[in-house]
Design a protein around this ligand. Structure first.
Ligand SMILES: Nc1nc2c(ncn2[C@@H]2O[C@H](COP(=O)(O)OP(=O)(O)OP(=O)(O)O)[C@@H](O)[C@H]2O)c(=O)[nH]1
Ligand SMILES: [Mg+2]
Length: 460
């Protein structure tokens, strides 16, 4: 049995960031936590104070003052964990907090595991799983949109949507059961195939919409990976530097300068664009350069957007054409660099072989890059994301469950069209219902909780 399986046992952890700071907050939760802290506290009798009050005093051990503190008393159930909770505001820093934790442990309060407070909040029914996950996302959020998305989820907006779909499925399952078990029962809705189809079609539509909207969630949480590719010397690294406004990548007039991937982030309409500068792609015998080119091709494949850079000052080569071919089924933009130099590139020929709108510019005068950003905003609809309601699913765990549930619904729908007996359909419907339950944690296995909460920071 894991330590975290023993509920209610008092636990403690530093809830503020570790390291030097003016104040640190040590949180204690569980049975007897108030009495145990009271035993170490020199001030009012903490066991007699009202809930949600704060008290000045000292933490004392064997008559020695450990620290001058403020203690907040919060009695169950109106606390984060729904258990009795105490928060001690100590002086910050390493030595003081460590000492306070030490005396708490001597009092029989064990150190909490990562995420254990939130795990208790889940087990005690204060948060469902999507809400608990959102707490971790909120803590880790770096952009304003990530923060808003996490907050919307903490408020249970996604859970409500999932719950509605599940309620409809259970309704359908109940009707199917009644029809199978009590065919003579007249009050029950006679479950016709038409009936089932209409239930399943609406579940299918709602789940498909969730998956569609989830793309926005992914963009908010993970940003957009943008690979700058092209043959050597066209100016990829110069473009990266101009976009970042920083000399991050080495730029020289020697073809094959960049060998490793160089990355940098820019925020656009609240979304993180992760630019990756890559080695120029060409046939090469140089072993090191070859490894670089392979990395470029990998980055190209895994990118959400590829920006193909060409030089205005050079004719189209075989290498360029090969790159154009490689990115045919990727989302891509074409940037023609070095427009400050004389034009040797035949734009009309180029238009014959690519569908992309061409963006022209150069890094000497730094023009065309705003246009490039504008095209990215259009391509990913970034302006709409800012104003969307953010009641969307996010996170691989949740998305995969929705996809699996959708699969089962589609199966059931297909069977219903082929007049398969309803009790067979019920199996798929039940499966979808169970999978959706895992999203909010209405059905779950302990291993899931272990992996999920281990990703939390200590003290949350
Ligand atoms: N005139 C002009 N020169 C440029 C422009 N952009 C880059 N250059 C020059 O072109 C050369 C190559 O630039 P890089 O940015 O290193 O090109 P790259 O595509 O990263 O090259 P590799 O790393 O070798 O693949 C350098 O001498 C740059 O100063 C531009 O817009 N106009
Ligand atoms: Mg380069």
């Amino acid at each position: 049995m894991k330590a975290s399986d023993i509920m209610n046992e008092p636990i403690c952890a530093i809830s503020t960031a570790l390291g030097v700071g003016a104040i640190a907050i040590i949180r204690i939760s569980g049975e007897n936590s108030i009495a145990k802290v009271a035993h170490l506290f020199d001030g009012v009798d903490l066991t007699k104070v009202k809930s949600h009050t704060i008290h000045y005093g000292h933490i004392i051990k064997d008559k020695e003052i450990i620290d001058e503190v403020l203690v907040t008393i919060m009695k169950a159930p109106k606390t984060y964990t729904m258990e009795d909770t105490v928060e001690i505001n100590t002086h910050g820093g390493i030595a003081t907090t460590r000492k306070v934790l030490e005396v708490l442990q001597e009092e029989g309060i064990r150190l909490a595991e990562p995420g254990e407070f939130t795990r208790r909040a889940f087990i005690n029914g204060r948060l469902d799983l999507t809400e608990a996950e959102a707490v971790a996302n909120l803590i880790n959020s770096e952009t304003e949109l990530e923060r808003k998305l996490a907050l919307t989820q903490i408020q249970g907006k996604l859970s409500q949507k999932i719950k509605k779909i599940r309620d409809n499925l259970i309704d359908l399952m109940a009707n199917i059961e009644v029809n199978i078990d009590f065919p003579e029962y007249e009050d029950a809705l006679v479950i016709t195939n038409e009936n089932i189809k209409s239930y399943l079609t609406s579940a299918q539509e709602e789940l498909t919409k969730l998956i569609e909207d989830a793309k926005v969630g992914k963009i908010i949480e993970q940003g957009i990976k943008v690979a700058l590719v092209g043959r050597p010397n066209v100016g990829k690294s110069s473009i990266l530097n101009a976009l970042l406004n920083q000399n991050k990548a080495i730029v020289t007039d020697i073809a094959g300068t960049t060998r490793d991937l160089v990355e940098g982030e820019v925020e656009l309409e609240g979304i993180r664009l992760k630019f990756i500068d890559t080695a120029g792609i060409r046939e090469t015998k140089d072993v090191v350069e070859k490894i670089g080119v392979d990395k470029s091709l990998e980055a190209l494949q895994s990118a959400d957007l590829v920006i193909h850079v060409l030089s205005n000052n050079e004719e189209l080569t075989k290498d360029d054409e090969e790159i154009i071919n490689t990115i045919k089924n990727k989302t891509s933009l074409t940037f023609i660099n070095k427009t400050d130099l004389s034009s040797k590139l035949n734009i009309d020929d180029l238009k014959e072989i690519i569908n992309n709108e061409l963006i022209l510019g150069n890094t000497t005068e730094v023009t065309g890059l705003d246009n490039l950003k504008k095209k990215i905003i259009e391509l990913f609809n970034l302006e709409n994301i800012k104003t969307s309601n953010l009641e969307i699913a996010s996170g691989t765990r949740v998305i995969n469950l929705i996809k699996e549930a959708l699969k089962s619904i589609k199966n059931a729908l297909k069977d219903s069209k082929e007049e398969v007996p309803v009790d067979m359909l019920a199996i798929d419907i039940k499966k979808a219902w169970t999978l959706l339950g895992e999203i909010t944690g209405e059905t779950y296995q302990d291993e899931l909780l272990d992996t999920l909460f281990s990703k939390f920071c200590l003290g949350k």
